[in-house]
Design a protein around this ligand. Structure first.
Ligand SMILES: [Fe+2]
Length: 434
């Protein structure tokens, strides 16, 4: 992460930290949604390399050939043939438990109460429950900063999050952000919680970072799309306990071994299943995001609400609060991504951005911030978008959703706004759209 970005991000965070205040109560509850999706039984974490998700395909001679997709991906999610697959991207829940703050004044005077351990439902889980139950996804991607590690040295917040996600019975695939590994519980322990959770798709591996793995979508006997889930690293404040494993990286960006791994995986899939679509999901944006979104921000970095921008292109949507430079400034990773046929990249990290556009043939998507923790966008009842909280504003929170058709093509990408957030505002009326 560049110093300028760190400073800007810190300023934003500090601004929000000092201006946010309110209080509420917590009620622990979980619920499930009906999910027809199935995970290959043998995609359990301890036997991932021996998965046996199989399907059959008629050969030219009319015989049935068995295809074992698990030879090509770490996990297989099977979706019924009679409907489109639904993929939900959650990001940057960044749960804070002020009772675990390492330094007493880290959050400012008012915020220890605002982000107390008893506020997690109101700040996070009520939003997630709303998003998940109303979108009924087959697979949930979580693009990092699940917990704010420096406020979770006990590991309790992570354990609660895992328990909450497991309650839905839906496959969920998390990656690490630049804050998770700050916890003194360490990346190995955190990874083990993911790997041991029944519905969580996660493999730590010993590649650079923690959590590099692939998830395939199987539908109608075809491997329609594969998501490569990657750790984009950048944990400047990684705990000694995380660094101890030798592959937790402070600098943002991929290690060469990671790049080699996912390119090899993509080539293998494309060689065997040429029609399979490929996505990457990780936390910190590539620098090309900044470049791509300039077509809307015109060099100003934002803000721009693409939905109501006069230059809006079909398929582009969402809000850009402020764009920052990312990693891969020489665009070497970007060139590989284009060369090997990746068609979409899903990231988080930028709490004020939720936009999704197609640039040079590839969908670049900032996930919608999915909790009320840390620096985020707020909206007033009149639809004013703020970066600070006042008594009349509400967190602008939700999830990014898209469907996959039977060929794995992305269909109807959009943002689900939480009902007590952006969804309660008549944006069309505010922007003068009839
Ligand atoms: Fe982040």
């Amino acid at each position: 992460m560049k110093l300028s970005k760190i400073i800007l991000a810190a300023l934003f965070s500090l601004l929000a930290l000092f201006l946010m205040s309110c209080n509420d109560t917590q009620t622990e509850e979980t619920q499930t949604t009906e999910a027809e999706t199935t995970i290959s039984e043998e995609t359990s974490k301890e036997t991932t390399d021996e998965t046996t998700e199989e399907t059959t395909e008629e050969t030219t001679e009319g015989e049935m050939e068995t295809i074992n997709f698990s030879e090509y991906v770490d996990f297989v999610v099977s979706v019924p043939e009679d409907r489109e697959a639904v993929i939900l991207q959650l990001t940057d829940t960044q749960i804070i438990d002020s009772s675990q703050a390492r330094t007493p004044d880290r959050l400012g005077g008012l915020l220890p109460d605002h982000w107390g351990a008893d506020k997690k439902n109101e700040r996070c889980y009520d939003f997630l429950r709303d998003i998940i139950t109303n979108t009924s996804p087959d697979l949930i991607l979580i693009t990092g900063d699940i917990i704010y590690g420096e406020f979770d040295d006990s590991g309790n917040s992570l354990l609660e999050f895992v328990e909450f996600m497991e309650s839905f019975g839906i496959p969920w695939a998390p990656v690490f952000g630049n804050h998770d590994n700050e916890s003194k519980m360490g990346a190995d322990w955190q990874s083990a919680q993911f790997e041991n959770a029944e519905n969580c798709l996660f493999l730590q591996r010993t590649l650079t970072g923690n959590g590099n793995y692939s998830v395939g979508i199987e539908q109608g006997g075809k491997l329609t799309r594969v998501f490569f889930m990657l750790d984009s690293n950048g944990i400047a404040s990684a705990s000694d306990e995380s660094l101890a494993n030798g592959h937790t990286q402070r600098e943002a960006g991929f290690g060469r071994d990671q790049i080699k791994w996912f390119i090899s995986g993509i080539k293998d899939i494309k060689k065997n299943f040429s029609d399979t679509k490929i996505s990457l999901a990780f936390h910190i944006p590539l620098s090309v995001f900044n470049e791509a979104f300039e077509q809307y921000t015109e060099g100003s970095h934002g803000p721009v609400f693409i939905d109501y921008d006069e230059n809006k292109k079909d398929g582009d949507f969402g809000y850009i609060g402020f764009t920052y430079p990312g990693f891969d400034t020489d665009k070497s990773v970007w060139k590989d991504i284009k060369r090997f046929g990746v068609d979409s990249i899903f990231v988080g990290h930028e709490h004020a951005n939720s936009a999704s556009i197609v640039y040079e043939g590839i969908r670049l998507q900032y996930g919608m911030k999915s909790s009320g923790y840390d620096s985020i966008n707020y909206v007033s009842p009149e639809g004013n978008i703020e970066h600070t909280v006042y008594s009349t504003t509400i967190p602008w929170v939700g999830g990014s959703v898209f469907n996959l058709d039977s060929e794995g093509n992305i269909v109807n990408p959009h943002i689900y706004y939480c009902e007590n957030g952006g969804a309660s505002i008549d944006w069309d009326a505010i922007y003068g759209v009839n």
